[in-house]
Design a protein around this ligand. Sequence first.
Ligand code: AMP
Ligand code: MG
Length: 415
Amino acid sequence: MQPGTSRSKSSIVVLFVSLVILAFSFLTPSTFLPRLRLFTSHFAPTTIRPLTTTTTNTTATMAAYSQELNIALLAVQRASILTKSVFHSHAKGTLSKNDASPVTIGDFGAQALIIAALQHAFPNDEIVAEEEAKDLRENESLRNLVWDLVQNARLSDAAAEETLGGPMKSAEQMLDIIDKGDSKGGASGRIWAIDPIDGTKGFLRGGQYAVCLGLMVDGDVKVGVLGLPNLPESDSEPLVESMGAEQTDAAGKGVLISAVQGQGAVSRALGKGALAEGHSIHMKPLEKVSEATFCESVEAGHSSQGDAADIARKLGITKPSVRMDSQAKYGSIARGAGDLYLRLPVKKDYQEKIWDHAAGDLIVREAGGEVTDTEGKRLDFSHGRTLKENKGVIAAPKSVHAEVIEAVKSVLGGK
Ligand code: AMP
Ligand code: MG
């Protein structure tokens, strides 16, 4: 055979295969590409190296939001050092806020550390954070406790600590920094959302909690980071409710999960100095929704456990729910340790807070999932400090999300 003939035959084959792929991607653009990405990811595990901790001027050649991600990861890692130190001491210094939710010295300290880092790196950005310094201004001994914690929470890597701007100068400065989290939020500009300790009740109980940070640009979440000190570092450990209970501060405990829009989700060990190497994470491929493991709140006042049981029954799910506090639920399903997260409104007028969902929403979507409210609408972070246009949260792998929403609507619609 002529060499030219065989070359033209193989060109025809290549052309034909390309046309088939192109036709598929046009027919089902919303599902084909993510599925292809999910499929290929199983063959090529990626290792994500942390950036160097020095800030450079080469952002044009770097991936989008790489500096924001680096600062956010280090800030959450440093704040987690503080929360762990409170978690392992027994006197957590609780008091009650107006809404009767418990606040600890850990919340104030972690918020101060994260805002200080953000202000150093991005002085013009706005911040929506859960806590305010009023109680600390009125209570000197509480203030001193928090100031002591803040001074002692340092990254062991000097360059990393330097990247975050180093130590704060005084307790007064710390109070002012805490109060910088008072942005009203909204649909324009760069706004960070911070929950310094999400799942405070879990934290006090010795269960799961999360240090949460998300960056929104024009109301859209671009970067999300979750520090999960009481979850195992390993992505493959089965999800059980007791996994927080016997945590120690030893190596191998705690995980840092993050995502950047369009760049996938990543998991790495929660360390004490420079960032550990990360690896891509993905939701577990789920053939049948009846095989799902679903997560919900421990607190019956935050999510209706009765409705969740009815929905699970409708979907043929037989495994009992895994109840855990905080955005650890989003992190767990994103890395395939569970499959669904159901958050079903208990009170009609409750508005979910943006800091309770910003990081987790992006992380699950970047890991191959779909996150909506109970009506199937995407979470909308552009309406201020709350998700006032949404009710509840349903997070699931793309392949079964529509089926779950159908079951949610039929259970909730009948009330
Ligand atoms: P979780 O640990 O998932 O139960 O969620 C903890 C978060 O629930 C806290 O950070 C609160 O902001 C939030 N929360 C407080 N009250 C309610 C409520 N009635 N419904 C839903 N979430 C709530
Ligand atoms: Mg919270």
